[in-house]
Ligand binder design. Structure first.
Ligand SMILES: [Zn+2]
Ligand SMILES: [Zn+2]
Length: 272
């Protein structure tokens, strides 16, 4: 059985469904366990919609309540956006380790304020930038994130491909490998995030060549649907499992209280 370690609740203001509905869907789909990972609470909302800091106890209560009746283990996690600015690092250094999380996902959603997955002017910007340089800058940020030691799993690792802009394939290893080395040195995992399949890139994050390089470094993997509603849970996990095996993986992560453990990959995953 596979676990789904990436989903959002209504507190994010861009997702729907109650935690109980998520748990019921997870049981129906035959998932081993689930972990809620709403975005880290920020009051200024300048980087997009998140829960407010005052809502964090509500988030905790929602998940605790769900745990009491769910027919499977329900983990408490967070998707923490990495911003290199000092104010965030100070916040994260104190706040993240002090919360009772099972899983802290680390994400890089922006390159110097450019939310490269957005539409509109942000999408247009891809036509004007040097794509390889943008990828390089993104993976430097991922490396910086790993160096902090504050996060457990990198989400959607090659997210700059979201809108369908890739550097030449031959350049990808030199761009990605230094970040993978830093992820491995930090003891972090990476996520197979299936939401890429519904984006313009139409690929799981990360691609097979990147996943092979991660496996060569002994970086463990988790699975995440990045669900924004209960219907998304475990979405395309059959394809993600095939991808993991194609890259040579035999095990994946399970977490409790931010401690990692490896379990064997299942033989297959049937999408219910
Ligand atoms: Zn994300
Ligand atoms: Zn997410």
């Amino acid at each position: 059985m596979l676990a789904d370690y990436h989903m959002h609740t209504t507190l994010c203001r861009h997702a729907h469904g109650t935690p109980e509905e998520y748990a019921a869907a997870a049981v129906r789909r035959g998932l081993a366990e689930i972990c809620f990972t709403d975005h880290v609470p920020l009051d200024d909302q300048k980087f997009g919609p998140t829960m407010l800091r005052s809502e964090f106890p509500v988030y905790q209560e929602m998940i605790a309540r769900c745990r009491a009746t769910a027919g499977l283990p329900v983990l408490f996690g967070i998707e923490a956006d990495f911003w290199p600015e000092q104010e965030f690092m100070d916040l994260f250094r104190e706040w993240l380790p002090a919360q009772p999380f099972d899983v802290v996902l680390g994400s890089v959603h922006a390159i110097r304020g450019w939310v490269y997955t957005n539409g509109g002017a942000d999408l247009e910007k891809w036509k004007t930038v040097d794509v390889a340089a943008a990828w390089q800058e993104y993976f430097d940020l991922v490396g910086q994130m790993a160096d902090t030691g504050l996060f457990d799993i990198v989400t959607h690792l090659d997210a700059p491909k979201h809108s369908g802009y890739w550097p030449p394939a031959a350049q990808i290893p030199e761009i990605v490998q230094p970040a993978l080395d830093r992820i491995a040195a930090a003891g972090m995992g990476i996520e197979l995030n299936t939401s890429g399949l519904i984006r313009p890139c139409k690929e799981i994050y990360p691609s097979l060549p990147i996943l092979v390089m991660a496996r060569e470094r002994g970086i463990p993997i988790s699975f995440g649907s990045d669900s924004h509603g209960p219907a998304d849970l475990g979405r395309y996990f059959d394809q993600a499992l095939k991808l993991a095996k194609a890259a040579g993986y035999t095990h994946c992560l399970r977490m409790r209280g931010r401690k990692k453990q490896l379990v064997p990959l299942p033989h297959d995953f049937a999408v219910a």
